[in-house]
Ligand binder design. Structure first.
Ligand SMILES: Cc1ncc(C[n+]2csc(CCOP(=O)(O)OP(=O)(O)O)c2C)c(N)n1
Length: 633
């Protein structure tokens, strides 16, 4: 395997890196051994980059864990053995890990331990836009936030030293722009940590029963106090003071993370960078009180710029109150910047000009700008999920009823849009079966309740909800869309494929055995290839009619993976065409099935198949009532 730049052992070399690659590099340079987590945008490339690095640094022990709680615990178990360890996840993953995190913070870290939370302002690929800095406040754990890929690497490397120095966990918050942006990064030394790793048999520390945890909580508070006292010296905090006034007022700004770079650009745009004071935080919690007081002493008005919640703003206001300064200094934040979304460069110019009272005219939109029409996200051509949702619709129609389709998070969530409109709920991973437990208790029986989720999601958090359904006799039909992949987040392997993160074989977990193990009766389990549409409809009908907890595994490899496998084996996919003689222009294939490979000629009133898009799944052959869609042999 050829080396990629981010794997080089060449300190001083400058490399352009994705933020997540820079984070992985920071982990490598810190001498971390164990890395675990669960995929989720925008965090996924951190562990997968480490998996590439493992080819050259075999000391790395990595895994895709089954969910974020297990990922966090895997890393924390390693920390108990004095090993440096990292857990990586997206912001909502921290909700899943929080049960472990909220108590692990008491005993703290032995080997340096960092939890990376990749937050997603603007919900580019998430179900909410929660601000996970509050998890640090909640758990009394320090929160770091970097502004650039270089800083992300350096700050993360330092986070492991810091964690060991204070025996504290560190919550490392990034946002999508940092994770998925690129920048220059200067490579550093790759630390080799020479220690006798082994478990520390200290029950008073690791057994968190009440009598121990009362003591541990006092230690946690003492630890936070020590960190607070050192926060002013934190090497990634900086204070730039200016004595100049603008229109008779001395202005100060406080930022952290991505907003810092945007602020500098905006100040330079107005030519006022030298005229304002700026406090940049790398450690956003606990706050550096002396630096903050210095800023208060130097300015009249402060604007805090942070994406999502007024986290820093509230801390600043609290300190001003404690210092008796709340009437003398005005601290702004969410009265200027929104509490939602990601801030555009334009927004900084508008708001900063408004805050200071500067002239600013919005840049006119160029007349010849390319306007891209808004398009809904759609399932891929050949996606087996389309076949399953189409089959569900057919059974619904046959039975002249409406199902409650309690669903989940994965590629299949896109089936919410026309023409499939196959989802009625989607809240959080595993929520499909969880919600169905409640819906089925009260919904009239003429509306069968379906819980529809993917294979990775079932492994992640569907299992307890299924056991709950069996135990409590909550009638439902669970449909597991087994495409043998965690496709939505980048085709990561999972327990069902049995391939580990470094692509070596692990032990495969057989989905149907698992379902049976959850207590579902053998006669209530069906397995069907999703792309064999007519058989799928037959089995679905049977499963809908049955009572109790039933599970149908609709199985077909993700079409993107399948097409790549075919290419690798130089297999040409079947060529599917429309027999123009037989096509009557009924539009069922377009308006009800909705595969993007099928086109319709409005003049000829005939369908056709775009061979550049079609993946040869053949499902549309069974969709066409005229038998006009055929395989060209
Ligand atoms: C708690 C949590 N962790 C991670 C994610 C990110 N995520 C969204 S869908 C998904 C998995 C989808 O895999 P699967 O269920 O197999 O469906 P597929 O996309 O393959 O159809 C993940 C990891 C999330 N939304 N919530």
């Amino acid at each position: 395997m050829s080396r990629l730049d981010f794997t080089e052992d060449e300190p001083g070399k400058k490399v352009i890196m994705l933020g997540n690659e820079a984070l992985a590099r920071g982990i490598l340079e810190a001498g971390v051994i164990v890395g675990a987590g669960y995929p989720g945008t925008p965090s996924s490339e951190i562990l997968s980059t480490l998996a590439i690095m493992k080819n050259f640094y075999p000391h790395l022990k990595l895994e895709w864990s089954i969910n974020e709680k297990v990922g966090f615990e895997t890393a924390y178990g390693a920390s108990m053995c004095d090993v440096r360890a990292v857990a990586c996840m997206k912001h909502v993953g921290v909700n899943v890990a929080s049960d472990a995190f909220m108590t692990a913070c008491y005993a703290g870290a032995r080997g340096g331990m960092v939890l990376i939370s990749a937050d997603d302002p603007n919900l580019y690929s998430s179900q909410n836009e929660q601000d996970n800095r509050y998890f640090g406040l909640h758990a009394l754990v320090p929160v770091f936030e970097p502004s650039t890929p270089q800083e992300a690497k350096d700050m993360l490397k330092y986070a492991f030293d810091f964690s060991e120095q204070f025996q504290s966990l560190v919550l490392f918050r990034t946002t999508t722009r940092l994770n998925h942006g690129r920048g220059d990064v200067t490579l550093g030394n790759i630390a080799q940590i020479d220690r006798d790793y082994s478990f520390d048999w200290d029950r008073s520390r690791w057994v968190c029963l009440p009598s121990h945890s009362r003591v541990l909580r006092m230690r946690l508070l003492e630890r936070l106090e020590l960190i607070s006292e050192s926060a002013d010296e934190f090497q990634f905090n900086s204070l730039k003071l200016s004595d100049e006034k603008i229109n008779g007022t001395k202005y100060g700004f406080v930022t952290a993370g991505i907003p810092h770079g945007h602020l500098i650009d905006a100040l330079n745009y107005f030519g006022i960078f030298e005229k304002v004071s700026i406090l940049k935080l790398g450690l956003v919690y606990p706050p550096p009180k002396k630096l903050i007081k210095k800023l208060y002493d130097n300015v009249d008005e402060i604007l805090t710029i942070e994406e999502l919640e007024p986290f820093i703003e509230n801390i600043l206001k609290q300190i001003a109150y404690e210092e008796g300064l709340s009437k003398e200094i005005s601290i702004h934040g969410k009265d200027f910047f929104p509490q939602n979304g990601e801030f555009s460069a334009e927004l900084y110019l508008e708001i900063i000009s408004d805050f200071i009272g500067l002239e600013y005219k919005r840049n006119p939109v160029p007349k010849k700008m390319l306007i891209i029409p808004p398009r809904l996200p759609i399932l891929c051509p050949g996606c087996s999920h389309r076949a399953t949702f189409y089959a569900i619709k057919q059974v619904e129609k046959k039975k002249k009823t409406k199902f409650v389709n309690s669903s989940d998070i994965g590629c299949y969530t896109l089936a919410v849009y026309k023409p499939l409109e196959g989802l009625d709920t989607e809240v959080c991973m595993g929520g499909s079966i969880g919600l169905a437990n409640g819906i089925t208790k009260v919904q009239p029986k003429e509306n069968p309740v379906l819980a529809i989720l993917g294979d990775s999601t079932f492994f992640h958090s569907g299992i307890p909800a299924l056991i709950n359904a069996v135990y409590n006799q909550n009638d439902m039909l669970v449909i597991i869309l087994d495409n043998r992949s965690t496709s939505m987040t980048g085709f990561q392997e999972n327990a069902g494929t049995g391939i580990k993160i470094d692509r070596t074989p692990g032990t495969r977990v057989i989905l149907e055995d698992l379902v049976k193990g959850c207590g579902v009766k053998q006669e209530n389990i069906w397995i069907q290839d999703s792309n064999e549409l007519n058989e799928l409809i037959t089995k679905l009908e049977e499963a809908v009619d049955r009572k109790g907890v039933r599970v149908l595994i609709s199985r077909h490899t993700c079409s993107l993976i399948e097409v790549n496998q075919m290419r690798a084996q130089e297999i040409t996919p079947p060529k599917i065409i429309v027999d123009q003689e037989k096509c009557i222009g009924c539009l069922i294939c377009v308006n009800r099935f909705g595969c993007p490979a099928i086109n319709f000629d409005e003049d000829l009133k005939k369908a056709s198949i775009d061979q550049n898009v079609c993946r040869g799944c053949k499902v549309c052959i069974e969709v066409c009532p005229q038998q006009a869609i055929i395989e060209e042999l």
